[in-house]
Design a protein around this ligand. Structure first.
Ligand code: HEC
Length: 450
């Protein structure tokens, strides 16, 4: 999977996949090619298909992990590359691929490495690369961590129970999942949700709580405990379905600080993502009269300007020549005390004419604390893509110069001047569900580790 992520960013099919199929959704949302529909022969611009959820659109069945069968078993009429037209009976379609078949067919010859196509071992190595890339594409983040839905009935082995608990809690601590314990203890049925900040399993109806150890100690032949991973932010609602508005109240948040944006776990291990990120290897945009690789060049320009600003003393985390590279999706983060379940982070973007555009996003607790033991860090599951992050680091999309760059309102060069030291300063507020709130103002920064 890791090699798949790397190939996605670095392989040379004149471009890499990531340059057109931009993460997280797998599309840069700009026309990069034209395509003539078979019936009309009229050329239409097409944007890279969003690759997220690709398995839903596959029509060819590929079984096993060995040599990819170039004639997959067809399981439905339309699949990848379907252009929306109805097929005439017996008509030709470009739409009968499985992802493995497509990647194998089109990209095998472009896999990095020097290969002798007459050597079966070499062919095998190339094939493995295509399969790794396929696994990565088929597993693009859908917004639901793979563990969600997994349920485990505790057994009499406390070691096994503990291992499962550690696995589940590990995902809660990374803000990837919530955790619920459905129990039948001493004949009383109750469901508890795991509150990471208090490190307690809580039942909102009875107000009973368990520490993790106390809960697992109840797992006996007579008692039932079912641990279940649920969507992040939904544990409380799922544990107590009759009580949708449960809320905690108390002191207003304090010690609130805006923290550096970082990668969620699934993008955290990006490998060497510098390769193929140079001004001449971006996608050619359809209908752009002056410079074909504009979207790419503008992102590099924004990175260069941040490095220059860092050299002049305003360092937001993009400060090395090696940071001219593929920018992976990042979550927003904030730290503070008395931030409670259900809280939201608001970041205020300055629009034109003094209008403030609030970006308000749910936040979830993580295991991370400021300096290792200070206020807990909470983060969004909302992730900003590369352009959004770079635009925010320069003061936000609605700033005329940043708007110009990202929206191509002006195609003339040189690019508009940027001034992150002045423009990157955001008012931010943390809102608890009981109406208490606190915030401040600070520049948005990034970090490259999780
Ligand atoms: C130059 C830009 C570009 C590059 C580079 C590129 N693609 Fe695409 N890709 C597209 C476009 C545009 C489409 C949609 C084509 C169409 O509908 O006719 C597409 C479609 C796809 C599809 C089918 C999606 C669907 O839902 O039908 C897959 C799978 C895919 N690409 C994978 C890849 C992989 C893997 C790579 C890297 C090895 C890659 N692409 C490189 C532009 C690109």
């Amino acid at each position: 999977m890791k090699r798949g992520l790397k190939l996605y960013h670095s392989m040379d099919f004149s471009l890499s996949c990531a340059q057109c199929h931009v993460l997280p959704e797998g599309s840069g949302n700009r026309g990069t090619q034209t395509y003539s529909q078979v019936n009309t022969q009229v050329a239409h611009p097409v944007e890279p298909a969003a690759l997220r959820h690709i398995f839903d659109r596959e029509s060819g069945l590929q079984i096993g992990s060995g040599t990819v069968d170039l004639l997959p078993i067809k399981v439905k009429d339309v699949g990848l590359f379907h252009d929306g037209f109805l097929l005439a009976p017996g008509g030709v379609s470009r739409s009968d691929f499985s992802t493995a078949h497509f990647i194998q067919l089109r990209f095998r010859g472009s896999m990095p490495g020097v290969y002798d196509v007459n050597d079966p071992d070499h062919l095998d190595a190339q094939e493995r690369q295509t399969l790794d890339l396929t696994s990565f594409v088929r597993a693009l983040d859908t917004g639901s961590a793979p563990i969600i839905g997994w349920a485990f009935t505790c057994v009499t082995s406390s070691n096994t129970n503990q291992r499962v608990m550690d696995l589940l809690r590990g995902q809660v601590e990374e803000a990837n999942a919530g955790l619920v314990a459905h129990t039948d203890i001493g004949g009383v049925e109750r469901s508890f949700w795991y509150d990471l900040d208090q490190d307690l399993f809580r039942d909102d109806s009875s107000l009973q709580t368990y520490t993790q150890a106390a809960l697992l100690a109840q797992a006996t032949a007579a008692n039932v405990i079912v641990l279940q991973a649920v969507p992040v932010g939904s544990a409380r609602r799922i544990a107590d379905y009759g009580n949708l508005d449960a809320t905690d109240s108390g002191a207003a948040p304090s010690n609130v600080t805006l923290q550096a944006m970082t990668f969620p776990t699934h993008w955290a291990d990006g490998g060497d993502l510098q390769s193929r990120w140079d001004p001449n290897s971006g996608p050619q945009l359809f209908g752009n009269p002056t410079d074909a690789r504009e979207s790419h060049k503008r992102m590099i320009y924004m990175q260069e300007q941040l490095i220059a600003a860092a050299a002049a003393g305003f360092d937001v985390g993009i400060n090395q020549a090696t940071h001219i590279k593929h920018e992976l999706p990042r979550r927003f983060r904030v730290a503070g005390d008395d931030i409670r379940p259900g809280a939201e982070l608001e970041i205020q973007l300055l629009g034109r004419n003094g209008v403030v555009v609030p970006l308000r996003m749910p936040i979830f607790p993580t295991k991370f604390q400021v300096g290792g033991s200070g206020a807990r860090i909470w983060e969004t599951t909302v992730a900003a893509d590369a352009e959004m992050t770079l635009g925010l680091l320069h003061g936000g999309l609605f700033l005329p110069n940043v708007w110009d760059l990202i929206k191509f309102t002006s195609l003339t060069q040189p690019y508009p001047a940027l001034d992150p030291a002045t423009d990157n300063n955001y008012t931010f507020v943390v809102h608890n569900t009981d109406g208490t709130s606190a915030g401040g103002s600070a520049p948005l920064t990034v970090t490259h580790v999780r």
